[in-house]
Design a protein around this ligand. Sequence first.
Ligand code: GAR
Length: 204
Amino acid sequence: MPPSRTARLVVLAAGQGSNLQAILDAIDRGQLDARVVLVVSHRPDALALERARARGIATAAQTLADVRAQGGTRADFDVWLTQTVAAAHPDLVVCAGWMLILGEPFLGTFSGRAINLHPALPGAFIGKDAIGQAWQAAQRGEISRTGVMVHEVVAALDAGAPVAVEPVPIAPGETLDALTARMHAAEHGLLVRAIAAKLGQPIR
Ligand code: GAR
């Protein structure tokens, strides 16, 4: 990508969209020379989609159940996702609260151009509720810190070469709500730094 061109981002999101908002805020502040051109979700009621529509950003949504109800398969969902994202010509695909494994042909099409945010340190607490899993482990005295990471998207869930990692200590007696709030705050900064790194942009 020529360094002078504003980067095109496609965000895959199925949650509250606070990380999508962090990206949009960073763009507004001039920290990223980028534009979110499409937000895709596997949950049509995701707040992330509402945040996108409020900004006039194109959205696309379909559940796996919708595809299966029409006689389709998981492979059909992956083809729809890949074609939908490819049509937006992204420089980078950012998974920010995407909760499905990404299969072929997505991986083959976007390998090296797709990153995933996950609220755990590399190799720890994969899948859903990673913050809760870490908090429970801390209550059992097994760990005293967790963290957030952005990694390259690969076939395995919440794995792939780390792009950026930030440890988050778990304070003694800290509630799950308090830890969750600090984890999200850490994610919002880390994700913007990781996107800048992938785009080869200096962080401003
Ligand atoms: C974030 O905590 C993100 O790390 C997590 O979903 C949340 C989405 O929050 N992703 C995963 O757990 C991926 N395995 P948001 O919708 O407010 O951005």
